[in-house]
Design a protein around this ligand. Structure first.
Ligand SMILES: Cc1cc2nc3c(=O)[nH]c(=O)nc-3n(C[C@H](O)[C@H](O)[C@H](O)COP(=O)(O)O)c2cc1C
Length: 178
């Protein structure tokens, strides 16, 4: 699949078939996430892949923002201690940015494999961390719910790009784009 096609076609998927995802494909998704850029190449990221139905259910119960019945969840965690040790006060923001970069790689890789995905930030991070046995300094930052899509992908809505895109310098309201 062409990369630009994948970027334009990908949509958040919140309705899934029950069909399991092959382990090899889940591993490819984690590899794609791992190879995202990392601020200072600190790599304060961990990835917990969950496919055990009871644990997936338990995560869903702790996640008001998770919809449908995903067959897998990849939990993107930051090692806050590692990030802060290497980047002091920037550590926290670096780790959040790193996790975000990983999440987008993961979403695009999933789409390329025909797997539906939705990132979920609305969840109880402390409870999910305890459920998975994460050490105190490792914080679940983002969940990626996964499953083969049920039904069509959404349309996707964005504000007009011409309102948000600026060339060379900030364009004032009402001025021409040129
Ligand atoms: C940081 C972040 C957190 C998000 N959290 C949730 C969430 O908790 N639940 C959810 O259903 N979607 C969540 N989303 C998905 C957005 O709602 C979705 O990306 C947006 O509506 C655009 O739709 P699209 O992904 O189909 O292009 C989140 C997206 C981002 C970037």
């Amino acid at each position: 699949m062409d990369l630009f096609e994948a970027i334009m076609e990908r949509r958040s998927v919140r309705s899934y078939q029950g069909r399991p995802i092959p382990v090899g494909d889940l591993e490819r998704l984690v590899k794609a996430a791992h190879w995202a850029p990392s601020a200072g190449n600190i790599n304060p990221r961990h990835f917990v892949t969950v496919t055990e139905p009871k644990i997936v259910e338990a995560i869903k119960a702790l996640s008001p923002g998770m919809f449908g019945g995903p067959v897998a969840v990849i939990v993107l965690c930051s090692d806050r201690a590692k990030a802060e040790k290497r980047a002091s006060s920037n550590g926290y923001i670096y780790s959040i940015m790193d996790v975000s970069m990983s999440a987008q790689n993961l979403l695009l890789a999933a789409h390329a494999l025909g797997i539906g995905a939705c990132v979920v930030r609305s969840f109880h991070a402390k409870a999910v961390g305890s459920l998975l046995g994460c050490p105190e300094h490792v914080v679940p930052e983002l969940l990626v719910a996964l499953g083969y899509p049920q039904g069509n992908l959404g349309q996707g809505i964005r504000p007009p790009l011409e309102d948000l895109s600026h060339n060379e310098r900030w364009r004032q309201e009402g001025s021409s784009h040129e």
